[in-house]
Design a protein around this ligand. Structure first.
Ligand code: DMJ
Length: 458
């Protein structure tokens, strides 16, 4: 144990050096300057997409080419980026993205797609575009997409298949996970409110409830489940990728729609998560991996995806735990000069060394700043901004890091960099009321859904 403690301590000593420019206090003017800086970084990335990948799903920033996820483009980047442009006041760019989307986006394609990714990025992006821009063509596109996706719920349990063909409705892949099953409700639920058609709300609610009903006796869920038989395939419980946004949507289902079933499900679930997964090492809190049936600890890893948790905890009212966990998230970022995908917090050893421009650590500091007004969270977000610029910026756009130790880049720029990472960086410093934090609920891809759109709607 002593050896492990000293490893972390040594890593802290050698790595915990904040970028020189970071402020310790922030005047209104300084915040405005930082917000403007984020905006110009957004433009740097968007111009590169425009120049080399216009009409494709995403830019490959090193080879300077366009890239599609599937055989044809679904315009992932423009749809994901659109509401960030609106919030940043980038009218010209928003108009050109809108024209492209309305002219080219077409879902009538014989193409197999992953339901979860398409829902959080495209359905979420289109619904948000409609709410912030007002053009009903966005809503028509969202409805067309959702209608094509509905057959995913036609499994014996009502939990969705992972893949579907957009034209034929043919589904496949019956081994899914809590995140892909549960992280549909905010988008489908919102569509029901906006179209007054309850079918989307009902089917996506049934899916998440069916998953919840299969939690273990001690209240945890596992990593993978068969949506046809309802049997768990992998019983490892954690809060990381594959489970993360299932918990997020239990909470947001109540926060956005006021549906009390969701409050009950969230309260029960978070109790078990905190009882069995919360872990402390050297006076710092983390969440571990444990067996969903017994609670036996199976691993002590934390990473970039887990870092969404302080945002969720603070939205759920547990500010104290959120603050403590964010302290760990900030340490993780600084230990390596930028956060790794995953590391062992008891030894400091990196498990996955990439950094694909993820937003979660920033999102959590943003939420905590909104709730506490403590400037230390501004300092954290500025640190995140400066290190991302330093290590990920390239001549044309921004690139993932293949390795946070060597800072070697890899040839990708995910659409969530526009939808989430740059949005949270900007909103932390932007002058109110670009967006009133209390009046929106972000979907898991940071598309802000307006609570007023739900009020009084069945
Ligand atoms: C995003 O697509 C969403 O935030 C999702 O919930 C998790 N992963 C990425 C960002 O890291």
């Amino acid at each position: 144990m002593k050896v492990k403690i000293s490893v972390i301590a040594l890593l802290c000593l050698f790595s915990f050096v904040l970028p020189a420019k970071i402020h310790s206090q922030y005047s209104a003017k300084q915040k405005e300057i930082i917000a403007e800086k984020v905006k110009s970084e957004f433009l740097h990335a968007w111009k590169a997409y425009k120049k080399y990948a216009w009409g494709y799903d995403a830019l490959k920033p090193l080879s300077k080419t366009g890239h599609n996820w599937y055989t044809e483009s679904l315009l992932m980047t423009p749809v994901d980026a659109f509401d960030t442009m609106i919030l940043m006041g980038l009218t010209e760019e928003a108009n050109e993205a809108k024209a492209l989307i309305l002219e080219k986006l077409n879902f009538d394609i014989d193409m197999r797609i992953q339901n979860f990714e398409v829902v959080i990025r495209l359905l979420g992006g289109l619904l948000s575009a409609y709410q912030w821009d007002g053009d009903t063509k966005f809503l028509d596109l969202a409805k067309d997409l959702a209608d094509r996706l509905l057959p995913v719920f036609n499994s014996p349990t009502g939990m969705p298949y992972r893949y579907i063909n957009l034209k034929t409705g043919k589904t496949d892949n019956n081994i899914s996970n809590p995140a892909e099953i549960g992280t549909l409700f905010i988008e489908f639920g919102m569509l029901s409110k906006l179209t007054s058609n309850p079918v989307y709300y009902e089917k996506s609610k049934k899916a998440i409830v069916e998953l919840y009903n299969r939690k273990s006796k001690i209240g945890l869920v596992g990593s993978t489940i068969n949506v046809e038989t309802g049997e768990w395939v992998n019983k490892k419980s954690h809060i990381s990728g594959g489970i993360d946004s299932y918990y997020e949507y239990l909470l947001k289902g109540y926060a956005l729609f006021g549906d009390k079933d969701f409050k009950k499900m969230y309260d029960e679930s978070i109790k078990a998560v905190n009882k069995y997964l919360w872990d402390e090492v050297e006076g710092r809190g983390w969440y571990c991996i444990a067996d969903m049936e017994t609670g036996e600890k199976l691993g002590r890893t934390y990473g970039a995806l887990d870092a969404f948790m302080p945002a969720m905890l603070s939205l759920g009212g547990d500010i104290a735990r959120a603050k403590e966990l964010q302290r760990s998230g900030f340490l993780m970022w600084n230990l390596f000069g930028i956060e790794p995908e995953s590391f062992d917090y008891s030894t400091g050893k990196i498990i996955y060394e990439s950094y694909p421009l993820r937003p979660e650590n920033i999102e959590s500091a943003y939420y905590l700043y909104k709730y506490t007004k403590d400037e230390k969270y501004l300092m954290m977000v500025e640190t995140y901004l400066e290190t991302i610029i330093r290590h990920c910026k390239c001549d044309e756009g921004y690139a993932h890091l293949a390795n946070v130790n060597t800072k070697e880049k890899s040839d990708d720029m995910e659409s969530f960099f526009f939808a989430e990472t740059l949005k949270y960086l900007y909103l932390t410093f932007a002058k109110d009321p670009v967006l009133d934090f209390n009046k929106v609920i972000f979907n898991t891809e940071a598309h802000p859904f307006k609570k007023e759109m739900v009020k009084g709607k069945k």
